[in-house]
Every structure is written in C-alpha cells, then in structure tokens.
Design a protein around this ligand. Sequence first.
Ligand SMILES: Nc1nc2c(ncn2[C@@H]2O[C@H](COP(=O)(O)OP(=O)(O)OP(=O)(O)O)[C@@H](O)[C@H]2O)c(=O)[nH]1
Ligand SMILES: [Mg+2]
Ligand SMILES: [Zn+2]
Length: 350
Amino acid sequence: MNIDMTRYGLTARFKALALEYKDLMLARVISQEKSLYRIITEKGEFCADVSGKFRYEADLASDFPAVGDFVMVEIGEYEGNAVIQKVLDRKSCFVRKAAGESRQEQVVAANIDTLFLCMALNNDFNLRRLERYLSIAWDSSAIPVIILTKGDLCGDIAEKITQTENAALGVDIIVTNIFESDSHKKLLHYVTEGKTAAFIGSSGVGKSTLINKLIGEEYLETGEIGDDGRGRHTTTRRELIPLANGGCVIDTPGMRELGMWDNADGIDKTFADIEEISSYCRFRDCTHTNEKGCAVLEAVENGTLSRERLQSYRKLNCETEYAADSKSYLLNKEKKFKEIAKYNKSNRKR
Ligand SMILES: Nc1nc2c(ncn2[C@@H]2O[C@H](COP(=O)(O)OP(=O)(O)OP(=O)(O)O)[C@@H](O)[C@H]2O)c(=O)[nH]1
Ligand SMILES: [Mg+2]
Ligand SMILES: [Zn+2]
C-alpha cells in the first residue's frame, strides 16, 4: 500500500523535520481515544502507543502525541502495530486544561491551520464562553473562525451576528443551517489543500453533522438532542479525516469545560478594544477599577463599552493570573519528582 501523505496534510516543513530521524518512519496521528492512537503512514494505518522511553521522558500531558501531530514511529514486530518515538515540533496547537486533579494542559488538536469555533444559535449561544475559546485560540497559532450553527432555530440572526462581531473583533463569522443544502460549503474556503481545520465547541452544536456534510456521507455518528436541548456527547474520540478537496478536518468531542492558562497575549487580542481604550488611562498600570482618569471606566460611563464586556475581561484576567501561579507551582513540583526519580535510578545502577 502506498498512501499519499499530502492528503493527510504533510507539508515541506514536516518532511524536513523528519529527515533528522533516518531509521524511523514519518506518520500523522489520525485518532486518539484515551492512550490509544491510530496513525497513518505511507504504508497504511497502524495502532500505536508511545515507547517506554518516550513515556519516561515526557514531563507533561502536552508532551504526548495528540491528533494532528506528525510523529516518528517504528513499525513493530506485530503486524498493525507501531511505536511512537518522537513528536515533531508542532506548528500550532489548541490546548485546554485537562479534566481532573492535575490541571495540566491537554492538547486537543495539533498542527491545525483553522480553528472552527462552533456555537449554536439556540440556547447554546453564549458570548462569554466564545470569548474564552477565542483567547485560547489566539494562543494556538491557528486562525479562529466562528461558526454559528443551527441558523434555522434563530429568529434574529442579524442581531446575533452583530453581538458576535462585537465580542470577536476581526474574526470571520459563518452561519450554517443543515436544512440549507449549501451552507456548509462556506467552510471549504478555510480547509483547502494541505490545510487542517479542527472543530471545537459544546456537545450537540452540530460539529459532526457539518463534517459529514463536508465528507459527503454519514461517516461520523451524530446525536439526538436531549429534552433539555443539550447534546449527549455523541463523539467520544478526536479524529482526523481527509476531505476530497485535499484538506483535512478534525472532529472533537464536545467540551464540558475550558480552562485558562497563562495566555495573557490571547486575552489582549480578544479584548483589543479594551486594550486600546486603556492606552488613554492616566496611569500606565491602571487596573480600571476605581482610578482617577481611567479611560475604560469613562467608556463604560458614556456607553461606548459595555459593562458586561469589562466584567468578562476582568474575570478572564483573574483566572489567568491564578492559572499562571498554579502552573509554575505544578511544573516545579513535577520537575523535582522527576529529578529525584532519575537520581535514584542512576544510583541504583552503580
Ligand atoms: N435544527 C438543526 N439541527 C442541527 C443542525 N446541525 C446539526 N443539528 C442536529 O444537532 C444534533 C447534534 O449534532 P451533532 O453533529 O451530533 O453534534 P456534535 O457537535 O458533533 O456533538 P458532540 O459529538 O456530542 O460533541 C443532531 O441531532 C443534528 O441533526 C442545524 O443546522 N439545525
Ligand atoms: Mg460529534
Ligand atoms: Zn483604566
């Protein structure tokens, strides 16, 4: 079998990086469910796991392969199995705080060009959540595009678009509706040959439905909506799928929570309007809470800036500061443990 890896988004950048590993084969991670990976190589698809050495040397959850990663593998003795030895340097990645105690960041999708941030135009519509997604998206190095799904369920689309535009300055917005035969085609513009796009958003907004439309068949399972109007977490694994036009899409399970890490840059971009107004504050370190000569508070007073927007800006900033603290704490703690373990091990050998 000879698979054309360019159909799976292989570019010159990763071909060049792979040259360094002469004995290993280049692959892309196409699905992940817990620690079980599927990868695609020139020789076809394989199940894969990371090597023992890889596991030992990995410091963080984000060091492990994720869907979309280009990896270097060894094809195992057993047919159909491969061992991942190395993750090639990522071009971009969308991360979120992992569920559970560790609060480590988890890579949702790697090496993506476009991030489709999906939000339904029914009761899923929530601008504050969108702002959170956006601030992480800006840190991912991928370009965010907002998809407002289920246009058929909304009576005031124009108003919703205006609200979205105000919360997401300069970001493209697309409205879709599965009952219109062509509305999904607007997405193809962002997933051209060699490009990869990931679909992110709450459960039930219609991510898998849109991808099925792009593929042209009912490939992915899609879910019925519960009585409460919410989705049911139909998709359980992340999966990369090549499209006929030469691009790739990644489906992801609906997200329950989205953590914030120390991505102050992303916040600046999401709230570029507030950052700009604040350049007129009298004090450089103005916190926009009660200072004299604060241009941000003045903007709220005279109505050019909404109070809610300032509130979500404050809230995000707060969480980010907290996250930055706990992250460096965890990193240090983990590093210490690793050092002790390595030290003990080398002592044992002697
Ligand atoms: N009315 C309406 N329903 C839609 C539209 N798009 C998708 N749906 C329905 O929404 C339900 C959920 O769609 P899915 O594609 O499974 O949603 P998902 O985002 O993949 O959900 P998870 O896999 O749980 O994250 C299905 O019953 C779809 O038929 C739309 O444009 N309008
Ligand atoms: Mg789905
Ligand atoms: Zn101020």
